[in-house]
Design a protein around this ligand. Structure first.
Ligand code: ARG
Length: 566
């Protein structure tokens, strides 16, 4: 049993209160010289009918000789516990070494599916740098939930339906060149250029819009030629997106996007009408949400066409029927807050009590410090370009720092990618975020390269030591400040993982990783790991090993790789 729990049990028994209550009162003293755990005794004043300082003195006597505690010291109204640090260190290190990459994992989610709708790119549009947050957050959440025993269902809800595909078709038929598009390094850039041209020309020639409407209608009717072209647009976009996903190590279980729900919507629209959830307003079918202070949720346009919310309502029902999800997450920017509130409310009005299990995991905006976005002009910043640039820059830095590194290309990819994805993973997701090259590629600051570097340092220490025999460890030597802080940082990783899952906030893990890294580096500079004393050396190596595993695991859970040398 964990030491806090044991302190709580004993105190509860003594004072005649509930142990969970005592557990909640335990604090961390303001500084390490005041001990490791503090009990505010005024909480017990009522049940014991005594002044807090007197209680502290009495309780201190009770804890004399208590296992795992070297000292219980009254300090005014507080009782401060000094843990047996060597013992704490031993327990934590052995646990990490035993559990390895399963450290802090659980079976909590066994048999439960968690749908995660993330990345969800749009066909024929740039895979822009603004897609980074949804992509890396969703990827990380999938890993976190899997660690806790859940089965994540990773869904790329493609934006592959709508009148824009009619425009695309018209533009391609008028000005497109199949060979040029197919042989281009980035076919979507060619498609986007055609799309931009369509809008330019349509300004002077409104008949183009009629053509586009007719073209989309023909896609809806699966006209063989146009359907084939539409599928080809999809293939081109996805093939290019795969390159980005591969760089990032991101995978999906389903690419069912908006088009997938086309034939499933009529039944849902009928259900909405039969249940009396919708009304007709100016020829449009809507869900009146004025009672909930929201504008109406549009279901059918006046021409009978379906739209974005119609497809999301249908998709949610499909996901419930297919995966019987425990949670259904949407990792989408906060600009769509209203959309998801409307969709979830509509599901609730349809009588689906599982609407409460649908969660919009929203996040803030990303901007680039050294570049400006201008999608209007068609010069969006492509995520692939940013990643490749980061990899190039990393390669240049590495050629200077470690010119003899084997598999330098692979390591440069791991570090370059880590540097780029770190930003949105290191702050509460709702915060807006500005990307800067200097910050991202800094090996000293609170960055992914810094964590990766610390991990590689642990690996190097262990490699040079050439192994150790854990039986020989003298745990009592791990009782100084720097050891204790490192142990504490490592031991808190499971709690960080649990909180990250509960709040859908991977940054709680990233912060813990950085804490482990800075503690490790302090430990590394203040303690001679290769001590002459075998017991001391072994204990320090084992602690290094535990730190290595915890860093690697933490990085893995936020989707970042940890090379052994760099
Ligand atoms: N494709 C949409 C966009 O880029 C995001 C889709 C999010 N998922 C959803 N089920 N609506 O804005």
């Amino acid at each position: 049993m964990d030491i806090k729990q044991r302190i709580a049990n004993k105190t509860a028994l003594f004072a005649g209160v509930a142990d969970e209550e005592v557990l909640g009162w335990l604090e961390t003293p303001p500084s390490p010289d005041k001990g490791d755990i503090a009990l505010p005794c005024f909480k017990l004043a009522r049940s014991l009918r005594k002044a807090p300082p007197a209680i502290a003195v009495e309780l201190a006597a009770e804890f004399a000789g208590f296992e795992g505690i070297v000292k219980a010291e009254p300090a005014g109204g507080y009782l401060n516990f000094f843990l047996d640090r060597g013992d704490e260190a031993k327990k934590t290190v052995l646990r990490v070494l035993r559990e390895g990459m399963d450290f802090g994992s659980s079976k909590e989610g066994a048999g439960r599916n968690v749908c995660i709708d993330f990345s969800s790119i749009n066909i024929c549009k740039p895979f822009g740098v603004h897609h980074i947050t949804t992509t890396v957050l969703g990827h990380s959440l999938a890993r976190i939930f899997r660690h806790l025993g859940f089965t994540p269902v990773r869904i790329n809800h493609l934006g592959d339906w709508g009148t824009q595909f009619g425009k695309m078709l018209v533009a391609y038929k008028k000005w497109g060149d199949r060979e040029k598009i197919e042989s281009a390094a980035s076919p979507t850039r060619e498609l986007v250029a055609l799309y931009v041209r369509f809008h330019q020309e349509a300004e002077n020639d409104p008949s183009l819009d009629d053509e586009a409407r007719a073209a989309f209608r023909s896609i809806e009717l699966h006209d063989p030629e146009n359907w084939e072209l539409y599928q080809w647009f999809k293939e081109l976009t996805l093939k290019e997106a795969e390159r980005v996903y591969k760089l990032l190590g991101v995978e999906f279980d389903s690419y069912n996007g908006e088009a997938f729900y086309e034939d499933k919507m009529p039944a849902v629209i009928k259900e909405l009408q039969d249940k009396g959830v919708t009304t007709v307003d100016n020829g449009m079918t809507i869900v009146d949400l004025s009672a909930y202070d929201m504008p109406p949720c549009l279901i059918l346009k006046s021409n009978g066409g379906t739209i974005y919310p119609t497809r999301d309502i249908t998709a949610a029902i499909y996901r419930k029927n297919t995966y019987d999800f425990y949670k259904n997450l949407y990792v989408v920017a906060y600009q769509q807050n209203l959309h998801f509130r409307q969709v979830f409310k509509t599901l609730e009005l349809m009588g689906y009590d599982w609407a409460k299990d649908c969660v919009h995991v929203n996040f803030g905006m990303i901007s680039m410090q050294d570049m400006t976005f201008s999608t209007r002009k068609g010069n969006a910043i492509y995520l692939e370009d940013v990643l490749n640039k980061a990899i190039e820059k990393t390669k240049a830095i590495m050629q200077e720092k470690s010119p003899d590194l084997e598999n330098a290309d692979e390591v440069a990819r791991q570090i370059g990618v880590g540097a780029v994805v770190w930003g949105p993973l290191y702050s509460s997701r709702i915060k807006d975020f500005t990307f800067s090259w200097d910050k991202a590629l800094n090996f000293e600051g609170e960055t992914a390269p810094y964590a990766q570097y610390t991990h590689a340092r642990c690996c190097s220490v262990l490699r040079k030591a050439g192994g150790y025999d854990i039986e020989k460890a003298d745990w009592s030597c791990l009782d100084n400040e720097s050891c204790a802080s490192l142990i504490k940082a490592v031991a808190s990783l499971p709690d960080s993982v649990a909180s990250a899952a509960e709040k859908y906030e991977p940054y709680l893990i990233s912060r813990n990783v950085i804490e482990i890294c800075s503690c490790f580096n302090k430990f590394y500079f203040e303690n001679r790991i290769m001590d002459e004393d075998e017991g001391v050396k072994t204990a320090r190596l084992a602690l290094t090993d535990a730190a290595r595993t915890a860093i690697k695991l933490g990085l893995y859970l936020v989707g970042i790789e940890a090379p052994e040398r760099m």
